[in-house]
Structures are given as structure tokens and as C-alpha cells.
Design a protein around this ligand. Structure first.
Ligand SMILES: Cc1ncc(COP(=O)(O)O)c(C=O)c1O
Ligand SMILES: Nc1c(O)cccc1C(=O)C[C@H](N)C(=O)O
Length: 403
């Protein structure tokens, strides 16, 4: 049976228009299905980091703030990410962690919402950091915090709601939420929406401008392959920028940073989303990593992502005995991100065995095996092998035995 799926995989790989992009990454024989946690290393990064450290820092030193474009890196790299999330230039800045940007966006949104709106709605199934930050933002702004399942947001959002914080793709199940309709529902109630794009940026079309999203944040170390701890991005819709009042106004958010004045006067545009000195080494590693996208469209990535996850589900259904795993990822394309999450007994130990056999996904408590598919470097042969090794592990077969 596995021969026919292996043959299909080879045909799909041969027809894959993104197949050559894999060579832009440093990879080995491992099937790497954890790019939804930490993207693989693009080949363009080590040489760039070497240049930034040795020449820009080592030789040019302080001159690099101007001559090497260090000072303007947050907005320049923000503009490089912007088209990947459907944003025109001038609305995205890079810097700080996702958590810090969530704080800026949420408190900024409450301030934008104004008088009489004293409630924050937060995705009840959210990635934990979003929930913690939302709770703190609520305490600081005197708002009440109400956790709501994303599907229930249209019925829950009301005249007191200031802002709704939603995850575009659920980190555990891989469920994709309908950003256009949820954004419209929040706007119909006169509230603002903040989207967390950690699991969608670089994996699927987002359409921030098209759908009138107010604010968005996302990390760059997953599908954007920026490296461990690479800085996050913050999107502030153009027409909100003049009124965006950051809760973290640092000297880098100031209209005249080198004026060194005691009074704060915010920089124009999205620049006011900056805070302090940018983390240049990480930021310029990210800039090099983004070169991978120079001739790659997000729509091609999305088409391949759906084909990969479809094929994985098909191979799992064929190889794994019925009932041994249960997919918690929606089967409808419209509801699926770029990962497949399978529930199974002893998932933690199963994942450890998979990793020992060269198939790297991750485990999320209490019982989920997570497999992330990064179309830039994952192929259909990888998918078939991952499903075959999963079946071996679940059958308790020794490593290397045929299915
Ligand atoms: C949805 C989501 N939000 C936020 C984060 C993390 O935020 P930070 O970059 O601050 O660690 C993650 C992953 O770590 C995530 O999956
Ligand atoms: N950011 C991470 C880290 O610093 C260490 C380990 C994992 C991560 C992650 O990104 C986890 C990830 N957001 C998740 O979806 O579970």
C-alpha cells in the first residue's frame, strides 16, 4: 500500500512549483514539521549575520546606524513583511516580542475606542500569552475581560466592547478563523479588533488592508523563518495611526528622538509603534531570511499548504489503524491553517519516538501531536514518510520496519 502513496508523493513533488525553494534552506534528512514553532534556517542568514557583526558592527561601529540602515530597520523590514499579510507600506513596524506588541495593540485599542467602552473580549481558546496580556491590559485600563469562543464573538460583542483579541489560527488545533466576517462583526458593534497572526503570517493570505483590520501582531520565527526570538511585527491601520497612543512610548517612538526633550511627542505613522533601540542582530537576520520570499507568492504557498495537509490526512487515514488517532484539525479548507493536529493516547511518548526516527513535530498538552507544514521546504515525500513512521510508532514496530 505504501508504494502507491510513495508514488503519488513523487508525482506531486515533481509537479510542485515551490519544490526548488527548499534549496534556499539549511536542512538535512529529517522531516521537519515544526516550522509552526521555529522555522528552518535560510541559507542567506549566516553570511548576512557575519557581515553585520564583523563589518557593520566590527568596522563601521556607530556609523552603521545610518550607513548600514540600522536606524530605519524596523519600518523597512515591516514594509517587507507587509505584502505577505496584505498590507500596504507604512503600517507595519518590526521590534519587540509578540507579547509586547499585543500589549501595545490592546491598550492602544482601548484608548482608540474611547469613552463608554470598558470591555475587552479575548479568544477563550487563545495561546496563553495573549490571555495573560489581555488580563493585564484590562486591569490597567479599568476594563472587564470576557473570554469568548471566536465563533461566539458576533453575538457577544456589544456597545461596551472596546476591543476583541482573536487568533487567526488556533495554535493547538490548527483551525483557521474567518478574519473577514469576524472583523466585520466587531466593526458592526463599533469596536476594534486585534488579530494575532503568529500561525498565519507566511502560511496563508491574511488581507489586513482588504478587510479593514484595525491592529495586528505576529511573530517572525515560525513561517517567516526569522530565527529564534526574532522580533515580532505590529500593524496599525493607516487611518488609526494619528490617534494611536502607545502605552509604551519610548524614545524610538518619539517624533524627534535625538531632540532628547522631556516631553513626549509621537512620531508620525506606524513609527510610533517602535519603543527602544531595535534588536539589530536579530532584526537583520530576519531581513536576510525574508529574501526567500522574493519570487514566492503567498497564494502559491497556501495552495501547496492545503495540498500537503490534505495528503497527510489521506496518508494517515490509509496507514494508521482506525481509531488510533483523531484529527482535531478541520477538514474544510476554509477552516484549516497550515498544520495538522492529531489527538492520540500517549501523545508525548509518541512524539518522542517520532523525533527519534527523524520526524520532528511537537506535542501540546494534554494529548495533541502537532505537525506544521511549511510549504517553502516541506515536500510530499516528507509527508508520506511522516505518516508511515507515525503508523510504525503506533504499531509499536522497531525503527526501520516496513509498514
Ligand atoms: C498565537 C501565539 N501568540 C503569541 C506567541 C508567542 O509570543 P512571543 O513571541 O512573545 O513569545 C505564540 C508562540 O509562541 C503564539 O503561537
Ligand atoms: N516561541 C517559542 C519558544 O521561544 C520556545 C518554544 C516554542 C515556542 C513557540 O513558538 C510555541 C508556539 N507559539 C506554539 O504554537 O506552541
Amino acid at each position: 500500500m505504501s508504494e502507491s502513496y510513495a508514488k503519488r508523493a513523487a508525482e506531486l513533488d515533481a509537479a510542485d512549483e515551490l519544490a526548488s525553494v527548499r534549496a534556499r534552506f539549511v536542512l538535512d534528512d529529517v522531516v521537519y514539521l515544526d516550522g509552526n514553532s521555529l522555522g528552518a534556517l535560510p541559507r542567506s542568514v549566516p553570511g548576512r549575520v557575519e557581515d553585520v557583526v564583523r563589518r557593520q558592527w566590527g568596522s563601521l561601529r556607530i556609523r552603521s546606524w545610518d550607513e548600514s540602515g540600522w536606524w530605519t530597520a524596523p519600518e523597512r523590514i515591516g514594509d517587507r513583511i507587509a505584502p505577505l499579510v496584505g498590507a500596504a507600506a507604512g503600517q507595519t513596524v518590526v521590534g519587540d516580542s509578540t507579547s509586547v506588541n499585543l500589549f501595545k495593540a490592546l491598550v492602544g485599542a482601548v484608548r482608540l475606542a474611547g469613552e463608554g467602552r470598558d470591555e475587552i473580549l479575548v479568544d477563550a481558546t487563545t495561546f496563553p500569552t495573549d490571555g495573560y496580556i489581555a488580563a493585564s491590559a484590562a486591569r490597567l485600563t479599568g476594563c472587564t475581560l470576557r473570554p469568548v469562543a471566536p465563533d461566539e464573538v458576533p453575538g457577544a460583542v456589544g456597545p461596551r466592547t472596546a476591543v476583541v483579541l482573536l487568533n487567526h489560527v488556533d495554535y493547538r488545533t490548527g483551525r483557521l478563523y474567518d478574519l473577514p466576517s469576524l472583523t466585520a462583526a466587531v466593526h458592526a458593534a463599533g469596536a476594534l479588533v486585534v488579530w494575532d497572526l503568529c500561525h498565519s503570517a507566511g502560511a496563508l493570505p491574511v488581507g489586513l488592508d482588504e478587510h479593514g483590520v484595525d491592529l495586528a501582531v505576529g511573530c517572525t520565527y515560525k513561517y517567516l523563518n526569522g530565527g529564534p526570538g526574532s522580533p515580532a511585527f505590529l500593524y496599525i491601520r493607516r487611518d488609526l495611526q494619528a490617534r494611536f497612543d502607545s502605552p509604551l512610548p519610548g524614545w524610538n517612538s518619539h517624533a524627534d528622538p535625538f531632540g532628547m526633550t522631556p516631553d513626549f511627542s509621537p512620531a508620525p505613522g506606524a513609527l510610533r509603534g517602535r519603543v527602544g533601540t531595535p534588536d539589530i542582530l536579530s532584526m537583520l537576520a530576519l531581513e536576510a531570511a525574508l529574501e526567500v520570499w522574493d519570487d514566492v507568492s503567498v497564494s502559491a504557498v497556501r495552495a501547496k499548504s492545503l495540498a500537503l495537509t490534505d495528503f497527510f490526512l489521506e496518508c494517515v487515514a490509509a496507514y494508521v489503524p482506525q481509531g488510533a488517532v483523531e484529527s482535531v484539525t478541520p477538514s474544510a479548507h476554509a477552516d484549516r491553517g497550515s498544520q495538522v493536529a492529531l489527538r492520540c493516547q500517549g501523545a508525548d511518548a509518541v512524539m518522542r519516538s517520532l523525533i527519534e526516527r527523524g520526524v520532528v513535530g511537537d506535542f501540546r498538552a494534554p494529548d495533541v501531536l502537532r505537525f506544521g507544514f511549511t510549504p517553502l521546504y516541506v515536500g510530499f515525500g516528507d509527508v508520506e514518510r511522516a505518516a508511515r513512521v507515525l503508523a510504525e510508532v503506533l504499531a509499536g514496530e522497531p525503527a526501520g520496519a516496513p509498514v
